[in-house]
Design a binder for this molecule. Sequence first.
Ligand code: HEM
Length: 530
Amino acid sequence: SAIPHPPHSRTGTGGETHQTADDADIPTLTTQQGTPVADDQNTLRQGADGPALMEDFHFREKIFHFDHERIPERVVHARGYGAHGYFELTDSLADVCHADIFGNVGEKTPAFVRFSTVAGAKGSSDVVRDVRGFAVKLYTKQGNWDIVGNNIPVFFIQDAIKFPDFVHAAKEEPDRAFPQAQTAHDNFWDFVSLSPEATHMVCWAMSDRAIPRSFRFMEGFGVHTFRLIDAQGRSTYVKFHWKPRQGLQSVVWNEALKINGADPDFHRRDLWNAINAGDYPEWDLGVQLFDDEFADRFPFDILDATKLIPEELVPIRRVGRLVLNRVVDNFFAETEQVAFCTQNIVPGIDFTNDPLLQGRNFSYLDTQTKRLGGPNFTHIPINAPKCPFHNFQQDGHMAMHNPKGRANYEPNSWPQPQGGPRENPRTGYRSFPQEQSGAKTRERSAAFGDHYSQARQFYISQTPVEQTHMKDAFVFELSKVETPAIRVRMLSHLRNVDEALARGVADGLGIPTLPDAAVGPLPVRTDLPP
Ligand code: HEM
């Protein structure tokens, strides 16, 4: 039977059938300049069978724009999925922090969250074994505050200078361009087995945490130690935690393989469907608070991002909830163009000297200037603050707003309103005046040296079933490593984590004799927690 044609259809010169806008309900298609378009199906030609004409401005504009649709994907965390929501303060933190967001119980702060995998390209699969990004942008009344975290509380390296090497090793190998999104290859295991500091994080990456069932069932961690600053200017150290009210769930490896085959978009579809069904995912924001005295007693350096602060030692104080209740209108405009940055902080929050954090503070702004085409990406709505903002920054590619009037500098002697904004010593951001001393050096403090104790603690905190999953993951991933010496080197680290784990992995790999345990810079502690 005949295919029904929509009303107001017409047949173009090419014989196709389509709707036109000759109707009050249908907007007229225009060029980017707003010129109404009469024919979007056929190029302008010299004669019905003749060559296309350069004069066809509509054709040229349409193709030109299409040719420029792609921007570089993120150098890491390329594959992600975002949603809008809000943060609601449920318990005041005003005793330790003067940030507005932590002062008024019941206040809701708009939020945008992007979850991601780390290693895979933008078009890779969701349910791979990988760390997940958990990046939160909080549009506070004092400016945007980003907590750019992961679903694992520690990291692979201690110093940002190693990040390019780590990421090169983790992503596809440069000659063959595979594997796309897996840790199962020589370069990854070569690097981590030569970096004892990675052992703790590798154990987390081989645990069930690295194959979450969905974004909704993951924890989030700010990872680094930050500072909260109170109204008197006093500092308290803080670790940030997001605790899912849905609980924590993972899949097992053979499920992950099947899901990836059947639906590579499993995690993004899950979030989209849950939010559209009104089943809004929620997380509690928890903080671990501690002072210099605790930091000095703690056997590890609190500035070392390969270490966590056990919750038994410093219990988590829950202060608010994050609710995701709205999907994006447009993936590219929001999820792809959002730019999280660890240096986006507000009065009441401050950095520490964690050498990973300090390097991140440089890296994000730098990469986003390239990825988003220049210095004005804060003019993109998803990145713009929702509070008033005024400054004298001007011009550059894609400037959407510039200072108004004559004054574009300060101090100036123009009367208001022409004079424009001024600094405010009372409400403006002030850095915590930490005392510093010491010689300029690349040497790390010795407190960064114990690479195995917390890895061991993590392993023994797992249930027997989870320990088996970890062992199986090590065997599976290392069995893809072609170079025997790399497998053996990794076993030398696992002996410092747990002898049975090392033995089990060696058996799985068919290696009869265990190598000597790797010699760490510091002996392994067995007396944790202190
Ligand atoms: C992207 C987390 C370490 C450089 C991201 C994203 C997250 C994240 C969640 C994705 C943000 C989004 O969804 O758009 C972390 C965590 C780290 C860490 C938790 C360690 C604790 C580092 C280090 C560097 C770095 C050490 C560099 C020195 C980058 C870059 C991007 C990125 C360049 C891409 C940003 C963009 O294009 O917008 N990171 N990261 N990260 N990270 Fe990290």
